[in-house]
Design a binder for this molecule. Structure first.
Ligand SMILES: [Zn+2]
Length: 354
């Protein structure tokens, strides 16, 4: 029996998030009602909460794009549509797509022209229950993956996609430039994909230590070390082949100085620092023939990153337990935002339980 009301965190506007009682949604045709077991604090959630992302204005939206739960009610045709049964552990990718635009038809649904995104224009997972719509991409979870790790699978799939967009080849030198918990996932992805030398740069010694334990060969402190000189030094003056980044605007300029000629830079930063100095791409790219590559979310059907993330985590090739450091009650989401932003108690990734 499903309660008629549930608790949820609603985004009313920038900086205005409220934990309230709302009506429990009922799944329509092709939709799945999921009882949420655990949710994650994504990289973007603090910035969404602060109003850096466009949110719908016609009504408050339930926050949260990282979640895991069990199938509670199946709408008409939903079992066949998504290949799931009652009681199964499931999660959904961040985007529900239109299926008809140019990009969806090419399998690039992460680039959909009319995307529905959990926590932005689609009710998210920071609630007791949530709906997976008909056009969402649902994955079943194997029992080896805990709820705590499952909420970081979204980030893991983004990490795989980021490194692949950079075309990392066997034996290459890669710099993972910051990126918070995504940086720690990308370190592991680079190791799996056969990087010869993994250089991990962060501004926090605890994270650098974790990075070392997860496969980084060289760790550099962005506050303390001359990172450009060090990258040059450990590569015999050449510079690295690839930089993967989930930092801000400044990282593009910094990273470009670490690259060898014809090096590649994957720009995974989700939001720009509007106060940063403008980047002179001509000066950066021209003489060194650098390539800058965009990356958003976890790729489409062709990339297949989510399914691979599940498999890598299931067999322990990517470890998420050192990355997901905290779990708090959803009712304390304001505190959780604070723990995440201020890295209280060496917080890396914060999860919450509804
Ligand atoms: Zn589309």
């Amino acid at each position: 029996m499903i309660d008629r009301t549930m608790r949820a965190v609603l985004t009313y506007g920038p900086g205005d998030l409220r934990y309230e009682s709302v009506e429990t949604p009922t799944p329509g045709p092709g939709e799945v009602l999921v009882k949420v077991a655990r949710v994650g604090m994504g990289i973007n959630d603090p910035t969404i909460a602060e109003g850096h992302w466009p949110i719908r204005t016609d009504r408050p939206t339930i926050a949260g794009h990282e979640f895991v739960g069990t199938v509670a009610v199946l709408g008409d045709g939903a079992a066949a549509r998504h290949g799931v049964a009652l009681g199964e552990r499931v999660l959904a990718e961040q985007v529900a797509f239109c299926r008809t635009c140019y990009y969806c038809r090419r399998g690039w649904y992460h680039l959909c022209d009319r995307p529905m995104l959990f926590g932005l224009n689609l009710d998210g997972g920071w609630a007791d229950y949530m709906i997976f719509p008909e056009n969402s991409i649902v994955h079943r979870l194997p029992p080896e993956i805990s709820d705590g790790s499952a909420i970081a699978l979204e980030s893991t799939s983004c990490g795989i996609y980021t490194v692949e967009r950079g075309g990392l080849a066997l034996g290459e030198t890669v710099v993972v430039l910051g990126g918070g918990f995504l940086g720690l996932i990308m370190v592991q992805v680079c190791a799996i994909m056969g990087a010869g030398l993994i250089i991990y740069c962060e501004d926090d010694d605890h994270r650098l230590q974790t990075g070392k334990s997860l496969g980084a060969h060289v760790t550099l402190n962005l506050r303390r070390d001359d990172v450009v000189a060090e990258v040059r030094r450990v590569t015999g003056g050449l510079g690295c082949d690839l930089v993967v980044d989930h930092g801000q605007t400044e990282a593009i300029e910094l990273g470009s100085k670490m690259l060898r000629k014809r090096g590649r830079f994957v720009v995974g930063a989700a939001y720009a620092n509007l106060k940063a100095r403008a980047i002179e791409f001509g000066a950066i790219c021209n003489q060194n023939e650098l390539t800058f590559i965009g990356r958003t979310m976890s790729g489409g059907a062709e990339a297949n990153c989510f399914a691979r993330a599940i498999e890598y985590v299931r067999r322990g090739a990517i470890r998420l337990d050192p990355v997901v450091t905290h779990n708090l009650p959803l009712a304390d989401f304001q505190h959780a935002l604070d723990v995440s932003r201020r890295r209280i108690e060496h917080a890396i990734k914060v999860s919450m339980t509804p």
